[in-house]
Design a protein around this ligand. Structure first.
Ligand code: GDP
Ligand code: MN
Length: 349
C-alpha cells in the first residue's frame, strides 16, 4: 500500500515543480472546504473575501466536501459569487471517509464520548469524523489528485489584506511546504496519547525525522514533552506532496490504528503540525504575517504598519493574537530566531 510513495528524506526536491515543469504543467491549486449545507450563509462571506482579496486575479479552483449531498441552493449560491473562470467541485464523500473503521470498538468509542463530555466537542461523533477526514482522507480523495497545493477554508472565517502575488507559485518557487496564519496551544485533554504514540512511531523509524526539523517549535525539552503548540489548520496552505508522502501516510495510519480519533478526540491540527515539525525542514514551514486571518475567537492582524498599509488591510491591529500568551507566535519567532515586529511586547498577557 505504501509502495512508490514519495520519501521526503530522499526525494525532497521532487515536491516542487521546476521552471521547465511549470512551463508545461502550471501549478494547480484549490480552495478546499469540508462544509455542511447549513453553513451556507457562513461560507459565502468567507468565499467573497477570498475572491476579492486574491482569487479574482488567479481563478484557482474550489473543492467542497460534504458527508451528505449538497443542496441545489448551496451549489447555486456559492457558484454565483465565485468567478466563472474557476472550476468548482461539489463532492459527497464515499462512506469509508466518514465512518468507523472495523478495528474501532463502538462501545469504547461511546464510553469515550461520555467521559469527555465536558471537553469542547468531547461528546460529538461527527466532530471526530471531521477530524479524521481532515487528518487522513481529504488528500486521498481522487478529486485532489490534480492539485499541487491547497488552501483550506472554513465558514465564519475572514481574510483582511490584499494578496498581490500568486501565493501558490510563491510557495513552490521558494520551496515552502506548509503555510499558516495562526498558531496556538492545544487542549491537552483532547490528545493524551498523541505525543506518546508519536514518540513510538519515531523510535521505530528514526530515519524519517528530518535532520533540519522544527522540533524546537513543538517541544521545549528536545522532544520529551509536547508543548501543545500547533498550526491552526482551519487555515493552511500546503504542498499536497507533504500529505501524499510516505512519512505522513505511515504516521497518520499508525495514529489511526491507535484509535486516537475515537478513543480520544484528536484534532487534525496537532496531527498535521507534529508531522510538519518532524518530517519537514524548518525553513519550509512559513508564517504568513501578511495573510491576516480570523477564525473565531482569534484574529491575526499584521501589527507592522508597513505590511498593513502595503496590503490594504482592514483588520483591527490591537486584536492581533500572534504574541498573546495562548498563541505560539512567540515560540515560532524564537525557534527560528526571527526578529519580532516593533511593539510585540505590548500583546503579552
Ligand atoms: P471548529 O473550527 O473546531 O470549531 O469546528 P467547525 O464546526 O468549524 O468544523 C470544522 C469544519 O468542518 C467546518 O468547515 C465545518 O463546516 C465542517 N464540519 C464539521 N462537522 C461537519 C459535519 O458533520 N459535516 C460536514 N459536511 N462538515 C462538517
Ligand atoms: Mn471552524
Amino acid at each position: 500500500k505504501f509502495d512508490g510513495l514519495l520519501d521526503m528524506t530522499k526525494d525532497y526536491e521532487k515536491m516542487f515543480k521546476t521552471e521547465q515543469q511549470k512551463a508545461k504543467d502550471p501549478i494547480k491549486a484549490c480552495f478546499m472546504s469540508l462544509v455542511r449545507n447549513e453553513d451556507l450563509y457562513s461560507i459565502l462571506p468567507t468565499i467573497r473575501k477570498i475572491e476579492d482579496r486574491f482569487n479574482k486575479n488567479y481563478h484557482y479552483s474550489y473543492v467542497f466536501f460534504n458527508d451528505i449531498a449538497f443542496t441545489e441552493e448551496f451549489k447555486a449560491k456559492t457558484k454565483r459569487i465565485i468567478n466563472p473562470e474557476s472550476e468548482v467541485h461539489f463532492v459527497t464523500l464515499p462512506k469509508e471517509m466518514w465512518s468507523y473503521p472495523d478495528f474501532i470498538d463502538l462501545n469504547e468509542a461511546a464510553k469515550t464520548r461520555e467521559k469527555m463530555k465536558d471537553i469542547i466537542y468531547g461528546s460529538s461523533e461527527s466532530y471526530r469524523h471531521m477530524c479524521r477526514f481532515n487528518s487522513k482522507w481529504f488528500y486521498q480523495h481522487p478529486i485532489m489528485d490534480q492539485f499541487d497545493y491547497y488552501w483550506r477554508i472554513e465558514p465564519d472565517t475572514a481574510i483582511y489584506c490584499d494578496m498581490d502575488y500568486d501565493l501558490f507559485e510563491y510557495m513552490n518557487d521558494n520551496k515552502l511546504v506548509y503555510g499558516f496564519s495562526i498558531s496556538l496551544h492545544e487542549y491537552e485533554s483532547t490528545i493524551p496519547n498523541l505525543w506518546p504514540a508519536t514518540k513510538n512511531f519515531v523510535q521505530q523509524r528514526p530515519h524519517y525525522l528530518n535532520n533540519n526539523n522544527f522540533l524546537k517549535f513543538i517541544s521545549e525539552d528536545e522532544g520529551n514533552l509536547f508543548n501543545q503548540c500547533h498550526f491552526w489548520s482551519n487555515f493552511e496552505v500546503v504542498n499536497l506532496n507533504f500529505y501524499r508522502s510516505l512519512q505522513y501516510q505511515l504516521y497518520v495510519e499508525y495514529l489511526d490504528k491507535t484509535g486516537i480519533f475515537f478513543y480520544e478526540r484528536a484534532g487534525d491540527a496537532p496531527v498535521h503540525s507534529i508531522a510538519a515539525a518532524l518530517f519537514l525542514p524548518k525553513e519550509s514551514i512559513k508564517y504568513f504575517d501578511s495573510i491576516a486571518y480570523m477564525h473565531p475567537p482569534y484574529t491575526h492582524c499584521p501589527i507592522d504598519d508597513k505590511v498593513y498599509m502595503k496590503y490594504r488591510c482592514d483588520c483591527k491591529q490591537p486584536d492581533d493574537f500572534t504574541f498573546q500568551g495562548y498563541s505560539c507566535g512567540n515560540q515560532y519567532y524564537d525557534a527560528l530566531e526571527l526578529e519580532k515586529p516593533d511593539g510585540w511586547e505590548s500583546f503579552l498577557n
